[in-house]
Design a protein around this ligand. Structure first.
Ligand SMILES: Cc1ncc(COP(=O)(O)O)c(C=O)c1O
Length: 404
């Protein structure tokens, strides 16, 4: 009991000192700051709803769609939304203006990026490397891209990729943060190794965008893809984004050259002439409603320093791990997430027996995390709205479920 009082007191002190604390009020969290509310630790799957979204979406539907109708494309700025929202995301992933286009799903963007990267590769580069722990969709699509472009697919554990890339490698596909373990991979080192070997790298930043500084420009990433429904809080099915390094944009040969990526989309020419810039990554008509919901959601990031986000993320996951160690009987869980800060994303994954049933029990106690088969409990810490009190309550509930 004394231990619980101590940790709960520490959580309250950490919350009081949290410089991002005011951001929490900008989200719909069912009972914010009430001791019995739901603890939402699933923002690494679906981010919480920012309060800016509902009124903006209502205005888009009622005023722009309802009254402007077709004029909305020009008068409401719908046409330019994929690049405009892309620039807004750019600030959060270290990409300058004109490098990101928003649209389609992450899966579709993986396809565009991997095929385009393979098309850039020189003679004799007959293999594509994929991080062995990749999120499945990236693996499936990269395998298909390898078949389509006549390459062999080689699966390599991410920490070994820098050593595995060689003069046969056309493309390397890597997840910046492993979705199962929460391990952060070394984006600067893998990118530099790929470039030294003459290969291109495609980064999947789904689990790092909005969780930590990514530095796409600074580290010379070639292409990157990411979703916007996790830490960027864009909502269910929000469109994904595609980053194209400026120097590669003129040579980005999309395997899906739809009319929206045409230099003159309304010219209706029979032959595709690619647009300049990030618009080259477009395919068809943009998902305006979800794109504008995302744009409103991104307003919560105004003035937010990614270094503060990273510092809070690490403090939250450190504190959660500390509470788990204090509360949970020894041997009941094994931490899969690396302890060193340089190797940790913004989630904690715990291996545990009967993990599916344990997560169900936690949900019954108003703690929402998720389960990944066969035995992993995942807890995501979204720094803009997760509190240290949430972390303490989740660890305490876990200990309760596991029999203390
Ligand atoms: C690393 C990673 N890549 C891709 C995806 C899914 O992509 P899509 O937006 O196509 O569903 C996810 C979804 O959770 C993911 O975690």
């Amino acid at each position: 009991m004394r231990v619980v009082r101590e940790q709960a007191g520490r959580a309250a002190a950490l919350d009081a000192a949290d410089e991002l604390r005011a951001k929490r009020a900008e989200f719909v969290l069912d009972t914010p700051d009430e001791p019995d509310g739901t603890v939402y630790l699933d923002g690494n799957s679906l981010g919480a709803l920012p309060r800016t979204v509902a009124p903006r979406l209502a205005a888009v539907v009622e005023r722009e769609w309802g009254l402007l109708r077709i004029r909305g494309w020009r008068e409401a700025g719908w046409w330019g939304a994929p690049e405009r929202v892309g620039d807004r995301i750019g600030r959060l992933v270290g990409a300058g203006p004109g490098r990101i286009v928003v649209g389609d799903s992450t899966s579709v963007n993986v396809f565009k990026a991997v095929v385009a990267a393979a098309r850039l590769a020189g003679e004799g580069r007959d293999e594509i490397l994929v991080d062995a722990g990749t999120f499945p969709t990236d693996g499936y699509i990269t395998a298909s891209a390898a078949r389509m472009t006549g390459r062999l697919l080689r699966s390599v554990p991410a920490p070994e990729l820098a050593g595995a890339v060689g003069d046969r490698t056309a493309v390397v596909l890597v997840n910046h943060v492993d979705y199962r373990t929460g391990r952060l991979h070394d984006l600067p080192a893998v990118t530099a190794a790929a470039h030294a070997a003459g290969a291109r790298v495609v980064w999947d930043v789904c689990h790092s965008a909005g969780a930590l500084p990514v530095g796409l420009d600074a580290h010379d990433a070639d292409f990157a893809v990411g979703c916007t429904y996790k830490y960027l809080n864009g909502g269910p099915g929000a469109p994904a984004f595609l980053y194209l390094r400026p120097g590669l944009q003129p040579r980005f040969d999309s395997p899906l050259p739809g009319w929206n990526s045409h230099a003159d989309p309304f010219g209706m020419a029979p032959v595709h002439v690619p647009a300049d810039g990030a618009a080259r990554g477009r395919v068809g008509t943009p998902e305006i409603l979800s794109l504008l919901a995302l744009e409103a959601a991104l307003e919560v990031w105004d003035g937010v320093d990614l270094a503060a986000v990273r510092a809070k993320s690490l403090a939250l996951t450190d504190f959660f791990l500390h509470c788990v160690e204090e509360y949970v009987p020894r041997g009941r869980v094994t931490c899969l997430t690396p302890v060193p800060h340089g190797e940790r994303g913004s989630q904690v994954s715990l291996r545990c027996e009967a993990a599916a049933a344990v997560m169900k029990e936690l949900a019954a106690r108003d703690i929402v995390g998720d389960f990944r088969p066969p035995d992993v409990l995942r807890f995501g810490f979204a720094p803009l709205y997760t509190s240290f009190t949430d972390a303490e309550r989740a660890a305490r509930a876990l200990a309760g479920v596991l029999g203390r």
